[in-house]
Design a protein around this ligand. Structure first.
Ligand code: ADP
Ligand code: MG
Length: 303
């Protein structure tokens, strides 16, 4: 740039104070605040180094885009309502050899979102289903998508409440809005007839339009029991599985691993009136319906 005016050197080689003022005003109006603050320095640098026009423009624009992008990512991460923020890089694949790492890396490219596919993550408690769902959700946010995380219990509760208030239709319009909807913990709590119905309606709304990630501690064969109705469960599964990738995590609980690695704190032999069996170094209650006991009775090849 400076070559065109070799006689002009110094801070205002190509820019008069009035022009600098006008440029600053334009940048402020466009809210290009980074460049606004550093405009004079940027121009000087470009003139001194004989920077080509395109390179100069690229430098200015990328300085603007980078902070806006990270602000936007932070905002969408907060809006997604994740229970925790753990990127995929923190997932220890060596602990769960049943997971095909290549398949997960492929999913992290977010093509499944473009194709409107669902991802269903199955496995017993503690194996990293929620972690995996959150990590894939974070990848989707990085790729520019809007994501919403919810649990099956919360989702069904809010749909049932909306129904009681005569606002079900509005609520059903809300959940399809985020590009990626994550529904965690299908199967932890029993779902009544009305809950199964509204859930089925939501799945129908998103069918072939809105990709979802769902997690469940129950195999598909048990979803009839989860939804308290085989016909509704089949209708839900039929839509979900039409375009879906299923990840079966068959390993051991990461939580229990962390517990047994920690120095042990004494745990009483009894919880309530139940005698506790030993698992590693901790003891679990033997209530057949409790979340922890499922870990003991999870059939290895039931998925
Ligand atoms: P699930 O949803 O299957 O019950 P979570 O995803 O909640 O399990 O995992 C329980 C805890 O263990 C979380 O803190 C999670 O980050 C951690 N965790 C589980 N699996 C892994 C793993 N393979 N690598 C790193 N952390 C893991
Ligand atoms: Mg979970």
């Amino acid at each position: 740039m400076s070559k065109a005016h070799p006689q002009h050197t110094g801070p205002s080689a190509m820019t008069s104070p009035a022009q600098l003022e006008r440029l600053g005003e334009h940048l402020r109006k466009l809210r290009l605040l980074q460049s606004g603050e550093r405009l004079e320095a940027l121009l000087q640098q470009a003139a001194a180094n004989d920077v080509p026009y395109a390179d100069f423009l690229e430098q200015v624009l990328s300085e603007e885009v980078a902070p806006k992008t990270s602000k936007n990512v932070a905002m969408r991460t907060a809006m997604a309502r994740f229970p925790f923020v753990k990127p995929l890089e923190t997932f220890d694949f060596s602990y769960q050899p049943s997971i095909d790492k290549k398949q997960v890396i492929d999913l992290s490219s977010c093509h499944f979102i473009e194709h409107g596919d669902n991802v269903i993550i199955l496995g017993p408690p503690g194996v990293g289903k929620t972690h995996m769902a959150v990590s894939l959700g974070l990848k989707a946010i990085e790729a520019g998508y809007q994501v919403l995380f919810t649990t099956a219990a919360h989702l069904i509760g809010s749909l049932a409440k909306a129904m009681a208030e005569g606002k079900l239709d509005d609520k059903l319009k809300f959940y399809p809005t985020p590009r990626l909807l994550i529904i965690d913990e299908i199967g932890y709590l029993p779902i009544d007839r009305q809950g199964a119905n509204v859930f089925c309606q939501l799945i129908s709304r998103r069918y072939e339009r809105g990709p979802m990630i769902l997690t469940s501690n129950q195999s598909f064969g048990a979803w009839g029991e989860v939804f308290g109705n085989r016909v509704i469960a089949t209708a839900i599964l039929d839509r979900l599985l039409h375009h879906a990738v299923t990840l079966n995590i068959r390993g051991n609980s990461y939580r229990l691993n962390a517990c047994s690695a920690r120095p042990t704190t004494p745990i009483p032999n009894q919880v309530g009136r139940f005698e506790l069996p030993r698992v590693g170094r901790i003891r679990l209650p033997l209530t057949r319906n409790s979340r922890t006991s499922r870990l003991l009775i999870w059939p290895k090849n039931s998925l």
